[in-house]
Ligand binder design. Structure first.
Ligand SMILES: *Cc1c(COP(=O)(O)O)cnc(C)c1O
Length: 496
């Protein structure tokens, strides 16, 4: 029996996994969620003996049931290969009292590679399966890391085009360079004069524009999404939570049933939602700790049950978490409302018209497994410094937000549960901020000089991604206003 997916805003809208991957966002504006949550069919004794690919298959087959075994394995083998600089794919390192799950060993040195290495394969297989004749146009808003990871994944993939919008002044220098030097005839990168939320709203509006969809169809195109609203991104992210537990089990750090905590540096709520699904399929998890930067809308939500995006958007040194509308929270809202799509739609409408919604007490009671925390810019820098001083281990600014929240959580609660801090980016991606937090003296202005200094300080190799952009020519220089996003898309696709 196939596991079907329903829209969070209309429960009559029901599709297979491959159709959900193809569509990205549901036509009613909702997100696709699995109708029921499957459970792991193997014990951790068995799972702990598997490598990353084998484990990925065990997890993904539970959710993507209309893909054949061969199709899934083919996608997995193409994704988790030597694009990653370690065969472990997602190493778990014990550093001091905590474990760090390093998700930055892929091509673009941020955790988005974990899902975006496989999404293009899942998508092209889904197109074949569903007899899609149109060329697929991947429309993506990025806070910095999704953009490059999606570009790298889709570059020169036959039957696809990709268009990425990023906030011109809201990403790190390495992030921007990585995107604007992207090769591939089917790639397009545009900076917008606005922030990530503007980019995401603009993209969602194009998805929901039926008039545009008709013109696209006539011209032989179909939109899809590489953002974490696509379940094709969410499902691969569940894998590394299972993998973490299996690693701890193998190293005899836990025995079957011992619970662990995860601390997740959060922006769009995709990564931590994958952890929530991991918990529901059977990974023994105590607390999911949601770490925000100064854009602490999620912290306030977990404290009060009220989501309020009416506040200043703050540009921080953890730019991939500079988000006020966390799209994937909609899926959690749907689940804690007992899969009530009418209730979810009502709350999401309130969010888009007033910028605020409030959940009921019974919904709030179902959030007990989550803890919200946040770190100021100052705290984030301190965490980088402290972890380095104590353990000689250098973390990036996003991971540091999580580390800071974790330190505060332990101080406050005395919780001694084994805890995994999810490390979402390589410090090389944010070398400028990291070096200045480490107080290693004057930080050189040049990106590559920074990398050389970081190599010395951290005793790690400079990742290939940093070497690559050193001499690569800029191939994309377009910048537009928020209101010009659609016209740019029409221009690229020549459908004006
Ligand atoms: C995208 C990103 C995040 C936030 O992840 P979400 O799934 O959007 O919550 C955190 N850190 C880094 C480095 C990222 O690229």
């Amino acid at each position: 029996m196939n596991l079907m997916y329903r829209s969070t805003r209309d429960s009559n809208n029901k599709v297979t996994a491959s159709q959900a991957v193809l569509q990205g966002l549901s036509s009613d504006g909702g997100l696709f969620v699995p109708e029921t949550i499957p459970v792991l069919t193997k014990s951790f004794e068995e799972l702990s003996k598997m490598d990353y690919r084998e484990l990925a298959f065990e997890v993904m087959k539970l959710f993507l049931t209309d893909y054949t075994e061969e199709e899934l394995k083919d996608c997995i083998n193409k994704a988790y290969d030597d694009k990653f600089d370690t065969p472990e794919i997602a190493p778990l390192k014990q550093i001091g009292q905590a474990y760090y799950l390093e998700l930055f060993h892929g091509a673009t040195i941020a955790f988005k590679d974990m899902a975006l290495s496989i999404l293009p394969h899942l998508l092209t297989k889904a197109a074949k399966k569903n007899n899609v004749q149109e060329e697929i146009v991947i429309l993506t808003a990025t806070s910095g890391d999704t953009g490059k990871a999606a570009l790298a994944g889709f570059a020169d993939v036959e039957g696809t085009k990709i268009i990425v919008f990023y906030p011109k002044d809201g990403v790190s220098s390495v992030q921007e360079k990585q995107m604007v030097t992207q090769k591939g005839d089917n790639t397009n990168v545009i900076g917008i004069r606005g922030n990530f939320d503007d980019a995401q709203t603009g993209v969602k509006m194009m998805f929901n524009n039926t008039e545009l969809a008709e013109r696209l169809k006539k011209a032989g195109y179909l939109f899809s999404s590489a953002n974490s609203i696509n379940i094709g991104r969410l499902v691969p992210q569940i894998v590394y939570y299972v993998h973490s537990y299996a690693s701890l089990y193998r190293k005899k750090q836990v025995t079957q049933g011992d619970k662990i905590n995860f601390v997740v540096p959060t922006g769009n709520f995709g990564n931590i939602l994958a952890a929530y699904y991991a918990k529901n399929i059977g990974v023994p998890i105590n607390k999911l700790i949601c770490a925000s930067n100064e854009n602490k809308v999620l912290f306030d939500f977990f404290e009060t049950g009220r989501y309020d995006k009416n506040r200043d958007f703050i540009l921080t040194e953890s730019p991939s978490m500079d988000i006020l509308v966390s799209s994937n929270l909609e899926r959690l809202i749907y689940h804690i409302a007992d899969n009530d799509s009418e209730k979810t739609e009502q709350l999401m409408k309130a969010l888009s018209s007033n910028g605020v919604y409030e959940i009921t007490d019974s919904m709030k009671a179902k959030l007990k497994g989550f803890i919200g925390g946040w770190a100021s810019e100052e705290n984030t820098r301190e965490a980088i410094h402290q972890v380095y001083q104590e353990n000689n281990y250098v973390i990036d600014t996003h991971t540091a937000v999580a580390a800071s929240v974790y330190h505060g959580y332990v101080k406050e609660t005395g919780d001694t549960t084994k805890t995994v801090i999810v490390s979402t980016a390589s410090p090389y991606k944010f070398a400028n901020s990291v070096l200045s937090a480490l107080h290693t003296g004057e930080v050189p202005a040049d990106d590559y000089e920074q990398a050389i200094l970081l190599k010395k300080v951290s005793n790690t190799e400079i990742p290939n991604a940093v070497e690559e952009i050193r001499t690569a020519p800029v191939l994309h220089s377009k910048v537009c206003n928020i209101c010009e996003m659609q016209i740019n898309v029409e221009d690229i696709l020549k459908i004006i």
